[in-house]
Design a protein around this ligand. Structure first.
Ligand code: SF4
Length: 291
């Protein structure tokens, strides 16, 4: 079809994922196997590759039964209870919690200590049951309200102080909308403005991708967004592409691609989430060339 693939040079793994994978690979140079609590990345092909070099993904139930071995904690972070289990089971921990997430955990804990004596509420804008959010909730004994959308705002007590945080991979504009709505409700309830504190804790590695992807999507005829189905930032970043270029398609692997999406000679932009490896973007480009 003479298609022209263009790989987005600003896509690919974020710093936190690169760091976690490097630490796992370094360990596996001298060891045969490493247990990872959850997948290091939400990307099937990369998980398959990591499995082939010795990474075994386990869940929290298997963690309880794992003893005297090495455990990798991925970039999303974990609640304190995971570290307690690891200690109890004599596990050696390779802690790959992203420093950005670690900082957020600390800020959340501090915010909680400040606000609790005043019966205040911690609000986390994030996805319920997401690993990072579970790790954050663990810092405050689960005593926070996780907000996914405006309907979730009804349960907040607007008569006492409120401190808002965000999961690191959320959409910045959605966060602004939620904050504006909370501010409105707090004002209606008569809460003094200095009793409402907002911390925009969205990771710069994610937020900076939105303007870039808008520009990239506008400059190509068709967009192929490569991402695992479970990737939280993948969903958000794909929506940014789709809102700029309606001919955007989210794919997990090459076999998802349909030739009817393209006209001969078109420019096909290939980009992805923070959990999409560059090698997969390049491989997709080779496939597009061959059509
Ligand atoms: S998106 Fe940001 S916070 Fe999350 S792992 Fe990557 S670098 Fe760390």
């Amino acid at each position: 079809m003479g298609l022209v693939p263009v790989v987005d040079q600003k896509s690919g793994f974020c710093y936190g994922v690169i760091r976690a994978i490097k630490q796992a690979e370094t360990y596996l140079k001298d060891n045969n196997q490493l247990k990872s609590l959850g997948s290091i990345v939400h990307n099937k092909l990369e998980v398959e590759r990591l499995h082939s070099i010795g990474i075994e993904v386990i869940g929290h139930i298997e963690l309880e039964q794992s003893k005297n071995t090495t455990l990798l904690i991925r970039a999303h972070g974990e609640p304190p209870s995971t570290y307690e289990t690891a200690k109890k089971n004599n596990l050696k921990v390779i802690d790959c919690t992203c420093p950005v997430v670690l900082k957020l955990q600390e800020r959340l804990k501090k915010g909680y200590e400040e606000i609790k004596p005043e019966n205040g509420t911690i609000v986390i804008f994030g996805k319920k049951n997401h690993a990072e959010v579970n790790g954050l909730l663990g810092q405050v004994n689960g005593d926070a309200i996780v907000v996914e959308n405006k309907q979730d705002l009804e349960v907040i007590d607007y008569t006492h102080p409120i401190t808002i945080f965000s999961q690191t991979t959320k959409d910045p504009s959605a966060f602004s909308e939620i904050v504006a709505e909370i501010k409105k409700k707090a004002k209606e309830a008569g809460l003094p403005s200095d009793k409402l504190t907002t911390h925009n804790t969205i990771c710069k590695q994610v937020s900076s991708r939105h303007p870039n992807l808008r520009e990239f999507s506008a400059s190509n005829d068709v967009i192929l967004f490569v991402s695992g189905k479970e990737s939280s930032n993948g969903k958000v970043l794909f929506e940014t592409c789709k809102s700029t270029n309606p001919r955007s398609y989210k794919i997990e692997r090459e076999s998802d691609i349909l030739s009817e999406w393209f006209n001969p000679g078109e420019k096909v932009g290939i980009c992805g989430a923070t959990s999409t490896p560059t090698w997969q973007l390049e491989k997709t480009a080779q496939y597009i060339k061959s059509l």
